[in-house]
Design a protein around this ligand. Structure first.
Ligand code: PMT
Length: 411
């Protein structure tokens, strides 16, 4: 028995070269015991024939909105989950804007089932601000975006736009039917950079975009947790259902965290907090005069270390952003700060070449606890966040199972 056994899954297939992979997706879903129905867009039928999906699903394939005027409502009600794979740029746009001019988009509008989208398209089409705006809208409405992965594309270009592998999609779909991993738990996440003011118009900061921390907040909320996100200045919309506290400086982030951490079971420090701040903040804009200007910096408090020192304390997960000796430096931080877990990622030129780390849509993590070492291979930050939240939940429950799964301060 699997989590998909007997589940009613509607697979939407859009036009794109990745449509051939949907045949394998169907095969895997059937093998897990799911009941599958397929809806194809007209463009999809140009790539793969409906007959292929009919043979694999054992059901007629629906395509035309007007073949049966009630089909969109019936299928929308029938499905326990809908996965659109591949999801083309056009269908993402239709779904984001509530258009219902073909069968698949009409079902998307009519359904109350979870909507899972596995985009696949040329990398420039994926990066286009129009597509990114549509994706942001869909995320805000709690659609689950899986991928795309990066790599060589059918058009000969390289970049983000490949559909995730069918096995990864099936695993994520099965997750929808598992009991929430973190229900009745509160998770506090920090995200983004901090800004340390030099004068009224200038500040010291870093390249953090907040994408990793926001993806973690979203994944924790999906896992059933109450989530508080303390965020430095970024240009991302808070994930649905997450309480977001906006701050600027490291001192403000520390204050916001310490004011809320006592109600939390798990603390995840994904923010890139400035280690130093200017000793003096000039009242007026600093004038250009001398050839050189010396800045005196003073240490900021380490928020994560301070939370980990509290007693009682939440389950503490740190991040380590490293340009060298990833494993040694991360493990040193795990021990020095007395953390339960640390997620280490490369940053700097090496990461830039790989399109991971700061301000990218992808990441790869080495996750250490005192007695384990797990590699989360390069994937979208959304997928990495889901895997990390699963890992955190597993270690958290193991740690506190003898105490009703709660850190001492929450009993
Ligand atoms: O935001 P993105 O563009 O998506 O990029 C993601 C990321 C690279 C910023 C993220 O994955 C990451 O690595 N975050 C931690 C960055 C960092 O500051 O690492 P660090 O090795 O300098 O700090 C170690 C840990 O201490 C971190 O958990 C940090 O949040 C915490 N810290 C550091 C300093 C400080 N004063 N207070 C802290 O809490």
């Amino acid at each position: 028995m699997t989590d998909l056994n007997g589940r009613r899954i509607l697979v939407g297939v859009c036009g794109g070269i990745a449509a051939y992979k949907s045949a394998e997706l169907l095969r895997l879903l059937r093998r897990q015991g799911a009941e599958v129905r397929v809806v194809m867009t007209s463009s999809a039928t140009r790539f793969v024939t409906p007959l292929t999906f009919q043979a694999l699903s054992g059901q007629p394939v629906a395509n035309d909105l007007f073949d049966d005027p009630m089909a969109h409502i019936e299928l929308a009600r029938w499905a326990e989950a809908i996965i659109v794979a591949p999801a083309s740029a056009t269908t993402l746009a239709r779904l984001a804007h509530g258009l219902a001019d073909d069968l698949l988009s009409a079902i998307g509008l009519a359904t109350e089932a979870p909507l899972v989208l596995a985009p696949a398209m040329n990398q420039a089409m994926w990066r286009n601000p129009a597509t990114q705006a549509n994706v942001a809208l869909l995320r805000q409405r709690a659609c689950l975006l899986l991928g795309p992965a990066e790599g060589e594309q059918a058009c000969g270009e390289t970049g983000p736009g490949r559909m995730l592998e069918p096995a990864e999609l099936v695993e994520a779909l099965a997750g929808l039917f598992q009991p929430p991993l973190l229900s009745r738990r509160t998770v506090l996440v920090t995200a983004g950079p901090t800004r340390e003011a030099l004068d009224p118009v200038r500040f010291l900061s870093n390249r953090s975009s907040g994408k990793m921390g926001y993806a973690l907040a979203e994944a924790a909320a999906r896992a059933g947790a109450e989530v508080i996100l303390v965020s430095g200045p970024v240009s991302l919309a808070p994930p649905p259902g997450v309480e977001c506290v906006q701050v600027e400086s490291a001192a403000q982030m520390r204050e916001a965290v310490l004011a809320r951490v006592d109600v939390c079971d798990i603390f995840i420090a994904a923010a890139a907090v400035a280690d130093y701040r200017p000793a003096h903040r000039a009242e007026e804009k600093i004038k250009k005069s001398a050839e050189t200007l010396r800045l005196e910096l003073v240490r900021n408090a380490d928020i994560l270390a301070e939370v980990a020192k509290r007693s009682p304390r939440p389950f503490c997960v740190g991040f380590a952003a490293e340009t060298e000796n990833l494993a040694d430096n991360a493990q040193a931080k795990l021990n020095a700060k007395q953390l339960d877990m640390i997620a280490a990622n490369w940053v700097g030129p090496l990461a830039e070449r790989e399109h991971t780390g700061f301000d990218s849509d992808h990441n790869a993590l080495h996750v250490y606890t005192r007695d384990s070492d797990t590699l989360l291979r390069k994937s979208s930050k959304g997928h990495i966040a889901e895997q990390l939240i699963e890992l955190i939940a597993r270690h958290y429950h193991e740690r506190y199972s003898a105490q009703d799964s709660r850190p001492p301060h929450r009993q």
